[in-house]
Design a protein around this ligand. Structure first.
Ligand code: MN
Length: 201
């Protein structure tokens, strides 16, 4: 089955003033859709790959036929990353990390404050387009990292549970060159329950 845009659980203006309506609409309807279109186009030449999950494709990129590997890496990564992004943000609420989540973060980073500083630094310093991440390694330990372009932590054996898109298309209309302001605003719209639901252990 061809890939399609996942349902968005909130309206385009639901994240204002942190992410504006127009950015959301273009980001979801145009940018995300383009990644999906390119992924589907690539897989059309190897239809049997539609039977694999998107995670499976991205974890095992080296097994993808060479002629479509870059397209799957970029289109598939773009689809996976954006799906995770929409899922783990939402309208501002009092939704704070649970005690379990806080403990996991403290165990890995010393404190939530340290985690926030580390995540912010990775997202801020990612040169050019890419993503900042919170992910879990195989032992369950949390790590922060950044990836260029649409590369995903999955391809490094990590389970991403929270990601911030730092491509300019994610923030330019409201924030122009002020990426740090956008990253700062991101903390207001994290859906911690959705983040916790992504934990594997
Ligand atoms: Mn994006």
């Amino acid at each position: 089955m061809a890939y399609e845009l996942p349902e968005l659980r909130y309206s385009f203006d639901a994240l204002e003033p942190y992410i504006d309506r127009q950015t959301m609409e273009i980001h979801y309807s145009k940018h995300h859709q383009t990644y999906i279109t390119n992924l589907n186009k690539a897989l059309d030449s190897y239809p049997e790959l539609f039977e694999k999950s998107i995670e499976d494709l991205l974890i095992n990129l080296d097994q993808i036929p060479e002629s479509i590997r870059v397209a799957v890496r970029n289109g598939g990564g773009g689809h996976y990353n954006h799906s995770l992004f929409w899922e783990t943000i939402g309208p501002k609420s009092d939704n704070k990390p649970s005690e379990k989540m806080n403990n996991l973060i403290s165990d890995s980073f010393g404190s939530f404050v340290n985690f926030k500083a580390e995540f912010t630094e990775k997202a801020t310093k990612q040169f050019g387009s890419g993503w900042g991440w919170l992910a879990q390694d195989n032992g369950g330990k949390m790590v922060t990292l950044s990836t260029p372009n649409q590369d995903t932590p999955l391809s490094s054996g990590l389970n991403p549970i929270l990601g911030i898109d730092v491509w300019e298309h994610a923030y330019y209309l409201s924030y122009q060159n002020r990426r740090p302001d956008y990253i700062n605003a991101f903390w207001e719209i994290i859906n911690w329950e959705a983040v916790e639901n992504r934990l594997r252990r």
